[in-house]
Design a protein around this ligand. Sequence first.
Ligand code: 13P
Length: 248
Amino acid sequence: MARTPFVAGNWKMNTNKASAIELAKGVAKGAPAGVQVGVATPFVYLDAVGQALAGSKVQLGAQDVYFEKSGAFTGEISVEMLKDLGVAFCLAGHSERRHVLGESSELVGQKARAIVAGGLTLIHCVGEKLEQRDAGHTLNVVQSQLEELRGSVEDPNSLVIAYEPVWAIGTGRNATDQQAQEVHAYIREAMGRMWNPDFANRVRIQYGGSMKPDNAAGLMAQRDVDGGLIGGASLKPDSFLAIVNAAK
Ligand code: 13P
């Protein structure tokens, strides 16, 4: 089954309004055919970046969302608000939200469900900490993070999994091609059990964690690696587009 690769930038808490617009325009200008491309920007720049991307193939994404529809949730943002600004996809369960901001598995599951129910594409992030890998628990951790999706997703096109080992994020120490492929293959197998093999074959699984222009081709050549979720290297058009081109 040929899956269209999907490379998304996660800008995290970086850029300002002017640099966000400039970065978006640079990405829009160079985005090639044959790869789905997106950028997940800070909330406050979604509108401006959406306008900068208008008419291009690059999709607008959000890094987080709250699961309630509206109401007294000071500081939070709803799926409807994201859709209002033209957002196409949204992350849930990023390791920084789980481990720095303290989001529980239950909250991640509620967010994932709201994203899919609202009609956005979900990028559901999973991945183990170093001590979990060292203890041999990688596959159990990933399996339990996939369980957060149980009962929430029916259409394989509405779901993307990002495997991001926590020890590889922002460290310059990427998973090897083999380490990535091993976990990606396991994720596809586990999805085959949770849904069915056809569903599992259609879902894109991105790798994330220190993906750079010089390691992207090797990682994305792996059978079950269908693109990337890029942090640091997504903050410059040149390095991000080099990774996008490596996915073709
Ligand atoms: P880096 O590419 O900076 O390691 O970040 C990966 C990531 O967390 C993307 O969501």
